[in-house]
Design a protein around this ligand. Structure first.
Ligand code: HEM
Length: 400
């Protein structure tokens, strides 16, 4: 967009699904952070989008005033069902996090690393000699699924392709297709959980979901267990695919970052944070205001819906100089890409591991590469954003 008026429109008519936003993601976010701390949207029931880091951080941490109980979706489709623990408030939310967190702590995730590295190498070996690939389908969309479904929620391998298709439709399909796709994944996971319930305990996260937690002093309903398994499945796929693709996209364009990472792997952690800061897979999530509160001079009333614009807050110049720059030497990377407060991403350690392995294994084998001439990455954008195509080329003579 070149005319400032095109950006001003988003102050009064913000819409995560707007194709112009998908097209000029950076420009719209930067405009909102600079000019409009609280934007207005008339989409669905209508909501306000909080765009600045400090406001998003404060609202995310204050779950009593900014409740998740009405769901994370800004414009939920007819018949939408909750995902848990995402659509819960403490104390029930805390009970679920307490039983799920141990499966995502660093020591648990470390056990997955050798397997994840092997999958990454095998995927890269399949295309390295060709000197080109469409990176999303060849790698970034595959690694998170292999890790999740082989190591955390071990569904039968034959079921995976159909499951992936349905999850993709729920996350990025036409609005009318999303609820039916959600229903089919729900039905599938319900069958999977029932079958696992008949088997001996393996002590894994599936058994923890099946054991459940207490709700109001009684065992939680069966449906809550199924909706918890759903969140783990939906939460970890397109998000991590986008971050892995984003990292390789940035490296394709910045030879000095590639060299820095090869010479000094301690820059890897910064590269991961820079990637999710710039390519935030969770653009925004909804909350409901429970008591009158003022944000950046705007009065919000109990019952108002707000969007925590995580993608905008991660580009706030108040906490990040030159926010558009992918800088693997940045001293401190401040962002909200993994969320803030009690809902902070449960899969963060796993996501970081997968992004790290992807960068590391790709660069080790293919140290020099770039975007295919004339190509641009393609995205799907809504409340979640993910890369759908990334065409890369390299000279096979430079392989290691
Ligand atoms: C780069 C990858 C990822 C990003 C950027 C990301 C981002 C986020 C964000 C922003 C939230 C907070 C939502 C809110 O405030 O309401 C969240 C929550 C969540 N994420 Fe992730 N996520 C990623 C990967 C994963 C993975 C790998 C998993 C699981 C395997 C996962 C599972 C979840 C779950 C279950 C929640 C809900 C937590 C709760 O409500 O307490 N995510 N994620």
């Amino acid at each position: 967009m070149s005319d400032p008026k095109d950006y001003e429109r988003f102050e009064h008519a913000f819409d995560v699904e707007d194709p112009a936003f998908a097209e000029d993601f950076e420009g719209v976010l930067e405009h909102l952070v600079a000019k409009c701390p609280v934007a207005h949207s008339s989409v669905g029931p209508g909501y306000r989008a909080l765009n600045r880091y400090e406001d998003v951080r404060r609202a995310g941490a204050d779950w009593r005033t900014f409740s998740s109980a009405d769901g994370w979706m800004l414009d939920p489709p007819e018949g939408n069902l909750p995902i848990l623990p995402e659509d819960l408030d403490p104390p029930y939310h805390t009970a679920w996090r307490r039983v799920l967190n141990p499966f995502f702590k660093p020591s648990a995730i470390r056990d997955i690393e050798p397997h994840a590295r092997r999958y990454a190498r095998e995927l890269i070996d399949a295309f390295a000699e060709r000197g080109e690939c469409e990176f999303v389908s060849a790698f970034a969309a595959q690694l998170p699924g292999l890790v999740l479904f082989k190591h955390l929620i071990p569904v039968p391998v034959d079921d995976l392709p159909a499951l992936f298709r349905e999850i993709d439709t729920y996350s990025f399909g036409a609005p009318a297709e999303r609820a039916p796709a959600f229903g089919r994944v729900l039905q599938y996971l319900e069958g999977f959980l029932r079958a696992r319930g008949e088997e001996p305990d393996r002590g894994d996260v599936v058994d923890a979901v099946l054991a459940g937690v207490e709700r109001d002093g009684a065992p939680c309903p069966w449906a809550d267990k199924v909706h918890t398994a759903l969140d783990l499945v939906f939460g970890g796929l397109a998000t991590t695919t986008h971050a892995i693709s984003g990292a390789i996209y940035e490296l394709a364009q910045t030879p000095e970052a590639r060299r820095a990472l090869l010479e000094d792997p301690t820059c890897l952690d910064t590269a991961i944070d820079e990637t999710v800061r710039l390519h935030a897979p969770v653009v925004a999530v909804a909350r409901t205001v429970t008591a009158d509160v003022e944000v950046a001079g705007v009065q919000l009333k109990a019952g108002d819906r707000v969007a925590l614009n995580y993608a905008a807050a991660s580009r706030d110049p108040e906490v990040c100089s030159s926010p558009r720059k992918f800088d693997v030497h940045r001293e401190e990377v401040v962002h909200t890409a993994f969320g803030v407060g009690p809902h902070r991403c449960i899969g963060e350690n796993l996501a970081r591991l997968e992004i790290r392995i992807s960068i590391d294994e790709f660069l080790r084998r293919i140290p020099e590469f770039g975007l295919a001439p004339g190509s641009r990455p393609e995205f799907e954008s809504g409340q979640l954003r993910t890369m759908k195509r990334l065409s890369l080329v390299w000279d096979p003579a430079t392989l290691r």
